[in-house]
Write a protein that binds this ligand. Structure first.
Ligand code: X2X
Length: 359
């Protein structure tokens, strides 16, 4: 009996040791991926795209479930980073805006009109992501204890209001605008003479319904159109004042739990999700490049011309000229100056160099 037991034990150990490395890892039955806005947003769709790719390529070994609507953080979007870092969340597709209270470098793309004055704002954004400044941002995120996997995009944030068209900084005076609870937003809108009101996204729609604010700022394709913003605001101003890139990140321990092969698999799925997400964000705004990619993927959404869509729903669409944008740029100079110091002048300079290289 004893001999038989010993024999079984040795055989079991031998079998266990002969397993390939990857098979030893204990994977969770479900990994939770957080997203702040609701399921119809381009942002949540990018997350779903990533999760589906990962499931398919790993033959179901890695099961990521998307939790939209800030449900993993009880609506408190600026606590997302801390929850990812402490392991309450496994993955996040997160806006730089929501993490910027903890990681000051992420305010770079929230510097008002910093990218809007570039001749091609999308090229400028891509240059930052691919350049030295992008690497510096990744480093700042990882030094705070989470693993960066890839970029995506919520989009350039445009202004929608219920009171009259916005053509110049003077038109902003006294307007109550809903903003995220991140200090640079309060300062930018105050600088423009508006009255910023800090509100979580989870409460914002009710706030718009009740007329608690006169306006808000969010990307057209990713958020405003899916939300049917025209139900609350009839005026749209295309001012491109900031952009929020999205960061696809994992909890460090969760990441280390994957085999090297699966880490590679996750990274390559993230690269494909980035392309898809950027195309959703830029559709109808980049001379057809995004439409071509979405056609190739057989994933063209219902709305392909966002400007026509907003007009069909009764919105007045103001598209500012380069000179108009310059006036906003000048009016917000003190905010850029103050925040460049907080962000780190070396990072701001690196971003300026990256953008200049593709001008
Ligand atoms: O709260 C917002 O405006 C949103 C959904 O765009 C972010 O999470 C930054």
């Amino acid at each position: 009996m004893k001999k038989w037991f010993l024999f079984s034990l040795v055989t079991l150990c031998a079998m266990f040791l002969s397993l390939p490395q990857g098979a030893l890892a204990e994977y969770k039955t479900e990994y939770r991926l957080s997203v702040v806005p609701g399921p119809s947003s381009g942002w949540a769709q990018t997350a779903e795209y990533f999760a589906a790719l990962v499931k398919e390529r790993s033959q179901g070994r890695i099961n990521i479930k998307v939790y939209p609507g800030a449900q993993l953080m009880a609506g408190k979007q600026t606590s997302e980073f801390l929850l990812l870092r402490n392991g309450s969340i496994d993955f996040s597709l997160a806006s730089t805006i929501n993490w910027s209270p903890q990681i000051k470098e992420l305010n770079l793309t929230a510097l008002p009109f910093f990218l809007a004055v570039e001749p091609d704002r999308y090229k400028a954004m891509d240059a930052i992501m691919a350049g030295k400044s992008g690497k510096m941002i990744i480093q700042s995120v990882e030094s705070k204890g989470v693993k960066f996997i890839g970029w995506a995009e919520n989009g350039f944030r445009e202004l929608t209001t219920s009171k009259g068209p916005i053509n110049s900084p003077q038109d902003m005076k006294g307007l109550k605008i809903r903003v995220v609870g991140s200090p640079i937003f309060i300062e930018t809108f105050r600088q423009l003479g508006a009255n910023p009101v800090n509100m979580n996204w989870s409460e914002a729609t009710t706030g718009f319904q009740q007329g608690l604010v006169d306006g808000q700022e969010n990307p057209t394709n990713g958020i405003n159109i899916p939300l049917k913003i025209w139900d609350f605001h009839k005026f749209h101003c295309d001012w491109h004042y900031i952009i929020d890139p999205l960061l696809l990140c994992a909890n460090s321990k969760v990441w280390e739990g994957f085999s090297p092969e699966d880490q590679k698999l996750l990274t390559s799925c993230a690269t494909e999700a980035e392309q898809y997400g950027k195309a959703l964000s830029r559709l109808g705004m980049d001379k057809g490049a995004s439409l071509a990619l979405l056609q190739k993927l057989n994933k063209v959404p219902a709305v392909t011309d966002p400007y026509a869509c907003m007009q069909e729903h009764g919105m007045t669409v103001v598209r500012l000229s380069a000179d108009d944008i310059q006036r906003f740029y000048t009016a917000t100079a003190p905010v850029r100056e103050k925040w460049s110091k907080a962000i780190g002048e070396d990072l701001v300079k690196a971003a300026q160099d990256d953008m200049a290289a593709v001008r």
